[in-house]
Design a binder for this molecule. Structure first.
Ligand code: C2E
Ligand code: MG
Ligand code: MG
Length: 663
């Protein structure tokens, strides 16, 4: 834009200079033409004049002194006659010595032109003319004013010898011609200026248009570049800066912190069970949850905290001024609390929770990758420890992360290598402690190592989709075990098997259950399937349909870990279930926490109304047992009665089906 303005100013100046040069050149050319034309006209007149005057005075041009007044008068008359009705206003006759022998202005007679350049030019045969403006001029006809005069020195030759014998000086008045030429000059000049102005105007318009196009393109380019930059560094769903900008920013902040000797903390946040919600409620619900989570995080972060979405359900915060690890803890705590406010997504009440891992600089590591990896390891630890909490990085976590990798690859082979075993935990009648069933609980026995509890490997099986095959193995093993006990005259009454939601969702799940019962040859109601609340997230009729089909086969159904998930109590009445298993979390403090006691109360009251049985899990003390008995829990399960035990030990339990404290 600035460049264009400059260009236009320059073109205006150049245009004006061109006009000025043209005007000056045109003026000088027309004046020159005027002089030439006048010179030619004067020469013709002079020849006529010379022919008239020279014969009148003998050897006129040979005179070296003044002529007699008689001669002068005669010449004067002749000259007057000759120049009548012409533009000639003065005539001088000069001899070769430069003496003015005659002048129509008598006062100039006798003057010397000896040194006059034009005279000397004419003397050599070249006529010379000059143009001048005279304010007053003494002409034949008296003084005249404001005149443009052309004076011409014309050589006179001897007719016979062609030698130059004298010079005539003729003044002609060209004022009329000059003014006419000036008028033409003005008109031509005007035309030139108008044309130039028009060209300039067109150029100006074109330049303006080009300028507009260029500046629009420039703005578009800038906007595009900005858009690309924004997309490169931001997450589209939440509008938060993304992983790329997290890495970039953390890198520069680490550099700055090293320079300032300052500190910072990296928090890696991962929404709990997000995959489950995404899988069962669909991506739209998942996106909505991510947006809500983002808003909650944004509310909690302070001015100097930077929030990012790293991808999926993973977020990160860089917080400055965390001079020691514990400085980041209040922030993590606030986030955890703010996150678990229940929300309603597509008709489901969901309690989102988040696990947070924290690493601190300087301290945990100085390399950016390590700092992030450490926070990741800490986050994973928070998940393992039961989710919905934060955890600071500690050096041993790295070896745990490596352990997890080893675990993952070993698990791939575990089923083929027959490394899984089932333990059984009895379920008792709350009134008389008689065994009413067994829960089959999976364990992993890697060769030469300790027995691994399911909490450590089931999430991995679920991640890797191995849970479907392992789940089928559990079903078959548990049902065969029942057959085996029955064959030996022992009655376990019922065996309950945990079913993961991935397994439940498989098309052939009902067939698998059916085949397991058939192959084992046990009554269908000897099998109970423990479903998780997350299954119920799926409002589609298919989940209920599958449950109804399972019921039609004759198996029992229960909801495991009831109270921790997302199901609404009102929804229960639509489900064809036999038992609710109240989660251990509500039982552990049921004797001391009024809140937990109230929750248990509500569940038992509601279940009674819906004619659903209630099982309390995790009963560890006699007080808990007594209280749950009073609260009308029909069945109980927990270390107080028996820990989960190997199949072999179950036999001795079944031999004495009324369990005393097993603790
Ligand atoms: P769950 O189905 O709720 O199983 C009960 C868990 O509570 C068992 O842990 C059991 O040992 C523990 N427990 C029982 N009574 C007490 C008590 O009084 N105090 C305490 N502190 N704990 C008690 P376990 O065996 O570690 O199983 C953990 C979870 O792993 C199970 O929770 C279940 O969700 C899952 N799981 C176990 N086996 C399978 C399986 O075959 N398939 C699937 N999909 N999940 C399984
Ligand atoms: Mg269970
Ligand atoms: Mg449970």
């Amino acid at each position: 834009m600035i460049k264009n303005n400059k260009f236009l100013s320059i073109s205006v100046v150049v245009g004006l200079v061109v006009v000025a040069v043209l005007v000056v050149a045109y003026r000088s050319l027309t004046t020159h033409a005027l002089i030439e034309q006048e010179e030619r006209a004067n020469t013709n007149i002079v020849y006529v004049l010379a022919n008239m005057v020279l014969p009148q005075v003998d050897n006129l041009l040979d005179h070296e002194e003044s002529l007699s007044s008689v001669d002068l008068d005669r010449i004067g008359r002749l000259v007057n006659e000759a120049v009548q009705n012409t533009s000639i206003v003065k005539v001088k006759i000069i001899n070769l010595s430069g003496i003015v022998l005659y002048s129509s202005d008598p006062s100039q007679t006798g003057e010397s032109k000896y040194l006059n350049e034009s005279f000397n030019s004419a003397k050599t045969g070249v006529p010379a003319s000059s143009f001048s403006y005279r304010k007053t001029f003494d002409s034949f006809r008296g003084p005249i004013e404001n005149r443009n005069i052309v004076s011409t020195y014309i050589p006179i030759r001897n007719d016979a010898t062609r030698d130059i014998i004298g010079v005539f000086e003729i003044y002609s008045d060209v004022t009329g011609l000059f003014r006419a030429s000036e008028r033409i000059q003005l008109q031509v000049g005007g035309l030139v200026v108008a044309s130039l102005f028009l060209i300039y105007l067109i150029l100006f318009k074109m330049a303006r248009r080009a300028d507009k196009v260029i500046s629009r393109q420039h703005l578009e380019r800038l906007a595009n570049a900005e858009r690309v930059r924004y997309q490169t560094f931001h997450d589209q769903l939440t509008g938060l800066p993304n992983r790329a900008s997290f890495i970039e920013q953390l890198d520069s902040m680490l550099e700055q912190s090293a320079f300032d000797d300052a500190s910072l903390a990296v928090l890696i946040l991962d929404l709990d069970q997000f995959k489950l919600i995404n899988d069962s409620l669909g991506h739209r619900a998942g996106d909505e949850l991510l947006r809500i989570a983002t808003r909650r995080l944004q509310k909690q972060v302070r001015e100097h905290d930077l929030l990012y979405r790293l991808g999926g359900d993973e977020f990160a915060i860089i917080t400055e001024r965390a001079s020691q690890p514990s400085d980041a803890a209040p922030l993590a705590q606030r986030i955890i609390e703010a996150m678990r406010e229940p929300i309603d997504i597509e008709g489901h009440s969901i309690v989102p929770t988040v696990s947070v891992g924290i690493s601190v600089y300087p301290g945990d590591d100085i390399a950016i990758e390590k700092l992030v990896k450490n926070a990741d390891a800490a986050m994973y630890r928070a998940k393992q420890a039961g989710r919905n909490q934060y955890c600071f990085y500690s050096p041993e976590m790295n070896s745990q992360a490596a352990d997890r990798l080893r675990l993952e690859s070993a698990l791939q082979q575990a089923l083929g290598n027959d490394e899984f075993v089932l333990h059984y935990q009895p379920r008792v009648d709350a009134q008389n402690r008689a065994i009413v069933g067994m829960e089959a609980l999976l364990r992993w026995q890697p060769p030469g190592q300790e027995l691994v509890p399911p909490g450590q490997f089931i999430p991995i099986l679920e991640d890797r989709d191995l849970i479907v095959d392992v789940g089928e193995w559990v079903l078959r093993t548990a049902t065969r075990q029942v057959r085996d006990w029955l064959d030996r005259g022992l009655d376990p009454r019922r065996v309950s098997v945990n079913v993961s939601s991935r397994q439940f969702r498989k098309e052939n799940f009902i067939d698998i259950v059916h085949a397991a019962i058939e192959d084992a040859g046990i009554p269908a109601d000897y099998l109970e399937l423990e479903l998780t609340e997350s299954l119920l997230l799926d409002h589609s009729s298919s989940a209920i349909e599958i449950m109804q089909n399972l019921k039609a086969i004759g198996v029992k159904l229960s909801i495991d870990d009831f109270g921790t998930g997302y199901s609404s109590l009102g929804y229960l009445k639509r489900l064809p279930i036999d038992f609710l298993k109240i989660d251990r979390g509500f039982i552990s403090e049921v004797t001391s926490s009024e809140k937990d006691a109230a929750i248990v109360n509500t569940i038992t009251t509601l279940a009674a109304e819906l004619r659903i049985g209630v099982v309390a899990e995790g009963v560890e003390t006699e007080d808990q047992w007594r209280l749950l008995q009073r609260k009308h829990c029909q069945e109980l399960q927990g270390f107080y009665f028996s820990r989960p035990v190997a199949a072999k030990q179950v036999e001795s339990l079944l031999a004495h089906p009324r369990l005393a404290s097993g603790l």
